[in-house]
Write a protein that binds this ligand. Sequence first.
Ligand code: HEC
Length: 126
Amino acid sequence: MTIRVLAAATLSSAVLFPAAARRPVLERAPAEYVSRPNPYQLEASAAKAGEKIYERECSSCHGDHGQGLRGPALNSPAVRRAAPGALFWVLRNGSLRAGMPSFSHLPEPQRWQVITYLKTISDQGR
Ligand code: HEC
């Protein structure tokens, strides 16, 4: 019975929001976020600060160097291609049902610093 109710709920949300159910979280960022520039883009000092924040806040799920652990790899083509503003939106909102927390409690400059760092790891390798 419970299973049937859950299945029905999942089915109806997939019917109501088919695109949202399928699309990766980075592709769900609204245009007004996607167009926001990173004020610290390519700044080495910001990348360094971002690395520290990454180690503290992100590495337990995304791995010490973004290789992925409980969460997906971040040294990936998807992150390399993503607009900084889309990454910013993901940090603000998380992807709660999938287990990615919101980091809206971090001051905005810290969130941009992490994004600057992510672009340095995703520019290497793959
Ligand atoms: C508790 C575990 C956890 C922590 C901590 C966490 N994440 Fe995540 N993150 C996830 C999961 C799970 C996903 C997959 C979400 C989805 O598929 O919708 C994810 C997805 C992402 C994505 C999208 C990746 C993609 O290719 O779709 C980015 C970017 C991201 N996280 C960045 C971060 C950053 C930066 C931090 C630290 C500030 C962080 N995450 C902390 C679990 C975590």
